[in-house]
Design a protein around this ligand. Structure first.
Ligand code: ADP
Ligand code: MG
Length: 445
């Protein structure tokens, strides 16, 4: 490619022609000089055998360089494809950024029944990445329950144990953006090659691949390449792969190849422990335990909200407490959340069909209209059946009354929905989890 190198190489070949046999000279066909600095020259060959043969005549080649430049050179002879690959690897590693957030680790992840399964799997995977039992590992759960935290913890753990590993954390939104950009710039092969050389790929929120045709395709290729090379892939999603709309079936099949684990809503004790650990982290020791209990009860559906509630109460106490030396007590706490009364009262109201329907809608990302409609679309129908089942289980309403609340459905429809879900819950761990996830939302402690 470099004209000056080409001319030099021609000249050196002319010298070599005089020193090596005619037959041997054939091994110089299709060779190039690709690098030359003060004391080193790199020559590429277009076959492996040629590189092997020329390596046996390095001295002659070195002498030819010396004749021309009057100084000694180290000669490196490489098969052109290997050379290109090495160059590529060197350049991408120079500018490689793993995107990991180092504040998320296993050490500061509080364990409880709701996340134990996910944490155990994440730790196992971080300890022995690439193991086929959890490749891919997919962690699913509602927003704010620690998926991103665990994904980063895996990356940070692997990095700490062996910093030779090439790790990338990426949200599927960013992945889609990168793909779109690379397609536009005509650099999609480079982007794919870059990801294909990873040891660990951590993709957050894969539900955003939904409907992104080209990104699905490219992700599929990268996934296969990594999987076939026993590289670890970890994914998170806010819903089951089977519930993600407009994502290639072949991707869904791949996702179900490894291990899927769920994080469910926190139980009171875990929420309490998280608050305690945050307080230690921030050197806070002036909050009464019944206040912590209040926060753990009312904000445990989302750890982000839980942390927010702690921030709010500290902010309130610092700025508005009449007696700043006193501990933060329940009275101050009630004041601090005055404006948010609605949320709290809501959670203490007796359970109604409406709140069950709402919890199911939130879980599936559907509207109430969709749930009570006649639609037979799979996820809508499943959500409807689950909501009917939950109403029957928790409210002990008659089938007729439940049918009425679901847009005037016949009692036999409700009955068969309940039977169907009851059976699924018995036979299928996944359904069992969905149900307990949803229950966790509407049954507050
Ligand atoms: P998700 O990705 O599931 O929406 P995140 O991982 O972003 O949730 O978690 C939200 C916040 O809650 C983060 O600050 C995270 O560190 C914290 N968090 C979640 N679960 C835990 C846990 N079990 N222990 C400690 N912090 C947690
Ligand atoms: Mg997240």
């Amino acid at each position: 490619m470099n004209e000056a190198y080409d001319l030099l190489w021609k000249q050196i070949l002319n010298n070599l022609r005089k020193t090596v046999s005619k037959d041997f000279f054939n091994y110089f066909n299709n060779t190039s000089l690709v690098e030359l600095n003060e004391n080193k020259a790199v020559i590429t060959t277009n076959t492996i055998i040629n590189s092997y043969m020329l390596n046996s005549e390095k001295d002659a080649i070195s002498a030819a360089f010396e004749e021309l430049f009057n100084s000694k050179f180290d000669i490196d002879i490489e098969y052109v494809e290997n050379y290109k690959r090495n160059i590529f690897t060197e350049t991408i590693f120079e500018e490689f950024n793993d995107n990991l957030s180092d504040e998320f680790t296993f050490d500061n992840f509080i364990e409880g029944p709701s996340n134990l399964e996910a944490k155990t799997a994440a730790l196992a995977c971080a300890t022995a990445p690439g193991n086929r039992y959890y490749n891919p590992l997919i962690i699913y759960g509602n927003s704010g329950l620690g998926k991103t935290h665990l994904l980063n913890a895996i990356g940070n753990f692997i990095k700490k144990n062996d910093n030779e590993n090439r790790i990338l954390y990426i949200s599927s939104r960013d992945f889609v953006n990168e793909v779109v950009k690379a397609l536009k710039d005509n650099t999609i092969d480079d982007y794919k090659n870059k990801l294909n050389t990873l040891d660990v790929l951590l993709v957050d929120d894969i539900q955003f691949l939904s409907g992104k045709e080209k990104s699905n395709e490219i992700f599929f290729d990268i996934y296969n390449e990594l999987f076939n090379n026993r590289k670890q892939v970890v994914l998170t999603s806010d819903r089951l792969p089977s519930e993600i709309k407009d994502i290639h079936d072949r991707l869904k099949t791949r996702f179900s190849q490894g291990l899927a684990v769920t994080i469910t809503s926190l139980e009171y004790e875990t929420a309490y422990k998280i608050l305690e650990s945050k307080m230690i982290q921030h050197n806070i020791d002036n909050i009464d335990s019944d206040v912590i209990g209040f926060l753990a009860t009312n904000f445990r559906s989302d750890v982000r909200q839980l942390e927010g509630s702690l921030n709010r109460i500290i902010f309130y106490a610092t700025n508005f407490s009449k007696n700043p030396d006193k501990n933060i007590d329940l009275e101050l706490c009630t004041e601090a959340f005055k404006g948010q009364q609605a949320i709290i009262i809501d959670s203490q109201r007796p359970l109604e069909i409406g709140s069950i329907i709402k919890a199911v809608c939130d879980y599936y990302g559907l509207t109430k209209q969709q749930i009570i409609s006649k639609s037979r679309t799979k996820n809508i129908a499943t959500a409807r059946h689950i909501a009917m089942f939950l109403c029957r289980k928790h409210l002990d309403e008659s089938f007729d009354k439940i049918g009425d609340a679901f847009g005037g459905k016949d009692h036999t429809t409700v009955m068969s929905a309940c039977e169907k879900i009851e059976k699924l819950v018995k036979d299928d761990e996944v359904y069992k989890k969905i149900i307990s996830d949803i229950e966790n939302v509407f049954i507050k402690k």
